[in-house]
Design a protein around this ligand. Structure first.
Ligand SMILES: Nc1ncnc2c1ncn2[C@@H]1O[C@H](COP(=O)(O)OP(=O)(O)O)[C@@H](O)[C@H]1O
Ligand SMILES: [Mg+2]
Length: 268
């Protein structure tokens, strides 16, 4: 748990005077307008800010989905913006887990095969793929849905399956763009508890959120304005200490278990 130690952990992401320009001529405008930022291993960062301030653009750059940038982006001490698309794709599939607000499952694959898909690209054996996919589905309270088809799931379940798929290969860096934006509060808590668990295991998490309550999970809160960092605040240990949230998380987990017992399934 590097993040709870006082000494600084290794930098995972270093940005120097990062800029991203959209449009040309009169329409030219900087969505990211000079960001200097160091993110260390094991940090859980919440990014907030008004709509249009550049949060999604920043996440896309961090996730190597957009490398037409100015300035510098070093990922684990290696400049990555100029790498070939194939090498960027490999880094993405091995190190980065993306959680978007809206997801697409593959409609002709059942739940467990959808979740296991990223492991195919990684070369994991079929047996291990199923094992890992099944394990994470259980963590998300979706164990009973393994063999359902996507069109048999509710919206909340679909999103949880997609998040399970994003996390199944245990990415060291997790980028989440309003991960609970479309979810009911119970599904949100399941997702946040999972993210919190990943954080405790030493993964680095960068999450965009509109919900100030979710920043209690973070170790650092960054606000953006007009493509720049406005504030950057380390969250005191007490607030980031997840034990302070345990009653909530536990009670939700208990409620879920109870419901599973009585209804045999969670119908979020
Ligand atoms: N593909 C694009 N083409 C042109 N402008 C874009 C594109 N993506 C984002 N922008 C602009 O960049 C700015 C930041 O957008 P975005 O990163 O989506 O903000 P946020 O996620 O904070 O709401 C906005 O002004 C938006 O219109
Ligand atoms: Mg956005």
């Amino acid at each position: 748990m590097a993040n709870t130690k006082k000494q600084k952990t290794a930098p995972v992401i270093v940005l120097k005077d990062l800029k991203k320009r959209f449009g040309i001529g009169d329409a030219e405008h900087y969505a990211i307008d000079g960001i200097d930022l160091t993110i260390r291993k094991g940090e859980f960062i919440a990014i907030m800010g008004p709509s249009g301030c550049g949060k999604t653009t920043l996440l896309n750059i961090l996730g190597l989905l957009d490398s037409k940038i100015e300035g510098e982006y070093d990922l684990e001490e290696r400049p990555v913006a100029s790498l070939s698309a194939a090498r960027q794709a490999r880094i993405r599939s091995q190190q980065i887990g993306f959680i978007f607000q809206s997801f697409n499952l593959i409609s002709r694959l059942n739940v467990i095969d959808n979740v296991a898909l990223p492991l195919v690209y990684k070369g994991t054996t079929r047996l291990n793929r199923e094992k890992q996919a099944s394990e994470i589905l259980h963590n998300f309270h979706l164990g009973e849905r393994e063999y359902y088809m996507p069109n048999q799931l509710s919206g909340g379940q679909t999103q949880r399956v997609a998040i399970a798929r994003a996390l199944v290969n245990n990415p060291s860096i997790i980028l989440a763009d309003e991960p609970t934006g479309n979810l009911d509060s119970q599904s949100s808590h399941i997702i946040m508890e999972e993210l919190s668990d990943l954080h405790k295991r030493g993964n680095t998490i960068i999450m965009v959120t509109h919900n100030p309550r979710l920043t209690t999970y973070a170790s650092r809160v960054i606000t953006m304005l007009d493509g720049k960092i406005d504030t950057d605040t380390a969250v005191s240990k007490k607030r980031s200490d997840t034990s302070s949230k345990k009653p909530l998380g536990k009670s939700v987990a208990k409620a879920v278990k109870k419901r599973r017992k009585t209804k045999k399934e969670v119908t979020a």
